[in-house]
Design a protein around this ligand. Structure first.
Ligand code: DHB
Length: 312
């Protein structure tokens, strides 16, 4: 029997597939549906200090090749999600979870993380350094100085397992610089990638979403090559204790297989989960297992990071 189980830090997951933050994770009801699906875990919608309504609708659109969104960080506030994962962790058979968080300022981020540190929550935190959709706020992770400063401060008080959600980088020097910063910290994982920020999709003569005159984060088929490159670039550069979560353009078992080949220990589904719903985990798990069986791989560790190049 082939197995798709995996680990991140000290946590064991029966399935390496899960949702990507932002999809099927806004409410307890949506999160419960992922918990009950074949997914190995869930990550919550990124929680901010206070609840937010987000940007005006329409703020998400599916296209033939993927999706565009400018949600504007609508969420119920971090306590809503912290309470839910803390409650779930006490239930027998509960999966381990990821709590996605960020403040609208470094101060807010620290207030939130200090509260999580003081709480009973024992699971993983994903600090979102890559939200592209709050008007007037740049992505933290494109500012290396601020990123380093935030992480330096965070690890003075935060002692539970923590990883970061990254935007795509597009330059080899940026991979080098970012990895140099991340390697200085006891991160449990990095998650590559968030949507490709501020794309524009047009139908006839009109934009597809209302906020920012149509500009929004791009997901789906459009982003897979960029996602694979980021997963592999960080797999090559980060110390072995920092694992990689692969996100971007996964809609088949083959896509998940490619993320794992590039070095991903867990693979997240965004656009395809929005389009197909939680049943997608069963389909993609079966497709991934069929590929592994055909190739003689018994578990994901057998081929993780084993991407083959020319000349070696
Ligand atoms: C939103 C989008 C993101 O890509 C993200 O990381 C966080 C929030 C949003 O628009 O809600």
């Amino acid at each position: 029997m082939v197995s798709v189980q995996t680990t991140i830090g000290e946590f064991h997951f029966d399935n390496c597939l899960m949702n990507a933050a932002g999809v099927y994770c806004m409410t307890r009801e949506e999160l419960a549906a992922i918990e009950q699906s074949e997914a190995g875990s869930f990550v919550t919608k990124t929680g901010t200090f206070k609840e937010r309504k987000g940007n005006p609708e329409p703020r998400y659109a599916d296209t033939a090749l993927g999706s565009i969104n400018s949600m504007g960080l609508p969420n119920h506030g971090y306590r809503y999600y912290l309470d839910y994962v803390t409650e779930l962790q006490e239930q027998p058979g509960s999966k381990p979870h990821f709590l996605s968080l960020v403040g609208l300022s470094p101060d807010e981020t620290h207030k939130i993380l200090k509260d999580v540190q003081a709480s009973d929550y024992r699971g993983l935190v994903e600090l979102n350094l890559s939200c592209p959709n709050v008007p007037g706020k740049p992505q933290i992770a494109y500012d290396f100085e601020t990123t380093e400063q935030i992480l330096k401060e965070v690890f003075t008080y935060y002692k539970k397992p923590l990883g970061i959600k990254l935007p795509p980088y597009f330059d080899i020097v940026h991979f080098d610089q970012a990895a140099h910063i991340f390697n200085q910290f006891p991160l449990t994982f990095v998650n590559c990638i968030n949507s490709i920020g501020n794309g524009l999709i047009i139908e006839d003569e009109h934009v597809l979403i209302k906020p920012k005159n149509g500009f929004g984060g791009i997901g789906g088929d459009y982003v897979k090559p960029t996602a694979l490159a980021n997963v592999h670039a960080f797999y090559q550069r980060l110390k072995p204790s920092i694992q990689i979560i692969g996100t971007g353009g996964v809609k088949s078992g083959r896509d998940a297989f490619e993320h794992i080949l590039c070095g991903a220990s867990m693979v997240q589904l965004g656009t395809v989960l929005h389009q197909e719903g939680p049943e997608v985990f069963g389909r993609i798990t079966a497709e991934l297992k069929a590929i592994m069986t055909a190739k003689g791989y018994k578990n994901v560790a057998d081929f993780r990071g084993k991407l083959r190049y020319f000349n070696n």
